[in-house]
Ligand binder design. Structure first.
Ligand SMILES: NC(=O)c1ccc[n+]([C@@H]2O[C@H](COP(=O)([O-])OP(=O)(O)OC[C@H]3O[C@@H](n4cnc5c(N)ncnc54)[C@H](O)[C@@H]3O)[C@@H](O)[C@H]2O)c1
Length: 428
């Protein structure tokens, strides 16, 4: 029985792996909205969407959520380590969302795909092309969807940018920069359990790697990366405070474009916004400037800003509102992107007869924006960046990774050494 007191036999049951910050920001409101309203799609009608089971390391946030969510979601089972995912997969779920730390996505996604579940993975999908190949293969064998969340592609400003490029209004990108700066509390407390050996590039630059790759197309040619240490960890250790990634792409006409992506997770906590996000892209015939924090609102509240409440807020991502008709809602592109995935699962599972299941699956796999197969160059950039930073830690800064080089798909060149180390042999 749903909250409206009606029973509906169309239902999709979801499993959640990881109950951290991103669960609270986007998955929680998605599941609560879906519990309240159901999911309607003309292709399959009204469908109930349940959060059936969750897996996490200790279960403490899951229990806190169980208490705070009474009446907002149905009852769910909670499993903890060891083998929290194995236990979750014994529950009858249709899809599994994976929001563990990025170096644990692969194991969880592999287990869920092998169990025949549709899978949605938080960005960055996985950290190497070998892992991506394996997940893709399993998803095909098991006839399920394997998709990734890149919510910035749903940001209306980025959709407009892509629309202008797609429609040929903005012609041929030549260069660009993006920055995303996270507050210190992210590296200092939020991620303290898993921060050692990690970097803000993989964690956040990946949003912009995807935006550039998806919006402008082209072939990734070269990757370089520098970074700084000494705040989150020792200045000679493997944990990075900030990174500067450069990617060079080549387009069909043989011309190149370079993109710099600067990220950090040590910005002071009294910064006026939650994160600083800015982009600039230069074209043959134009310039696009975007500032996702300064979209027009600045608000000061005595005793609250900039800590409890930020001066500049993003009301488009997962904003909480009292609607003009009185209801409280939480909505935005961070939630829309999850709903879109569940619609894709719904279409495959409920959108027609068993005889046409394979056609529906094939149709949902054509979406380059969230398919694993559409993430190859993004994962290549991430794998290259991780390898370059690891070499830097080992005493070899300034390495470069060439993509689809004569030596292999991903070839890492160290300064002064002519033979590259091949990170990935097949073509990217
Ligand atoms: N789309 C975005 O903008 C966005 C924002 C934040 C985080 N993320 C992504 O979401 C993922 C999680 O980030 P977060 O901020 O929620 O992290 P977090 O540290 O707040 O939470 C991580 C969660 O994973 C669980 N976990 C850890 N190891 C596990 C294991 N082996 N098995 C089961 N559960 C395990 C922890 O218990 C915790 O609940 C990361 O991949 C991150 O890149 C995306």
């Amino acid at each position: 029985m749903n909250p409206a007191g009606r029973s509906n036999n169309q239902r999709l049951r979801g499993g959640m792996v990881g109950m951290g910050m991103i669960f609270d920001e986007t998955y929680r409101p998605f599941f609560e909205n879906a519990f309240r309203d159901g999911l309607y799609d003309r292709r399959f009608g009204v469908c109930e969407v349940e959060l059936a089971a969750v897996a996490s390391r200790t279960g403490s946030r899951a229990e806190a959520y169980r208490e705070s969510s009474l009446g907002k979601v149905g009852d769910f089972q909670s499993f903890v380590e060891p083998n929290s995912i194995g236990q979750l997969l014994d529950v009858d779920v249709d899809f599994v969302c994976i929001a563990t730390p990025d170096d644990r996505h692969f194991a969880a996604a592999k287990a869920a795909l092998e169990a025949g579940k549709h899978v949605l993975i938080e960005k960055p999908s996985v950290l190497s092309l070998a892992e991506l190949d394996e997940l893709e293969r399993i998803a095909r064998d098991k006839n399920v969807l394997a998709k990734i969340v890149y919510h910035k592609l749903f940001d209306p400003d980025h959709k407009k940018l892509r629309t202008l490029v797609h429609d040929g209004v903005l012609n041929h990108v030549n260069s660009g920069y993006c920055t995303l700066l996270e507050p210190k509390l992210i590296s200092g407390s939020q991620f303290s359990e898993w921060i050692t050996g990690r970097n803000p590039g993989t964690y956040v630059a990946v949003h912009y790697i995807k935006l550039i790759d998806f919006t402008f197309g082209g072939r990734l040619k070269r990757v370089t990366c520098s970074g700084q240490r000494g705040i989150v960890g020792p200045s000679d250790g493997p944990t990075w405070d900030s990174t500067q990634l450069r990617m060079v792409y080549e387009y069909d006409d043989g011309r190149e474009a370079a993109f710099d992506i600067h990220t950090s997770w040590v910005t002071p906590d009294n910064f006026p916004g939650y994160v600083e996000q800015e982009v600039q892209f230069r074209f043959d015939n134009g310039v696009w400037n975007g500032h996702s924090r300064k979209r027009g609102v600045e608000c000061t509240v005595e005793g609250k800003t900039p800590f409890e409440l930020k001066n500049s807020m993003n009301n488009h991502y997962n904003g909480t509102f009292v609607e003009p008709y009185g209801e409280r809602t939480q909505r935005g592109y961070g939630i829309e992107v999850l709903e879109r995935f569940v619609r894709e699962v719904g279409f495959v599972q409920l959108g027609g007869s068993e005889a046409t299941h394979a056609d529906r699956l094939a149709q949902m796999r054509t979406y380059h924006y969230n398919e694993l197969s559409g993430d190859r160059q993004v994962v290549a950039a991430v794998e290259a960046m991780e390898a370059i930073l690891a070499e830097h830690v080992a005493g070899n800064p300034e390495c470069i990774v060439k993509v689809n080089d004569e030596a292999g798909g991903l070839a890492l060149y160290k300064p002064g050494v002519s033979e590259p180390e091949v990170l990935y042999s097949p073509e990217v």
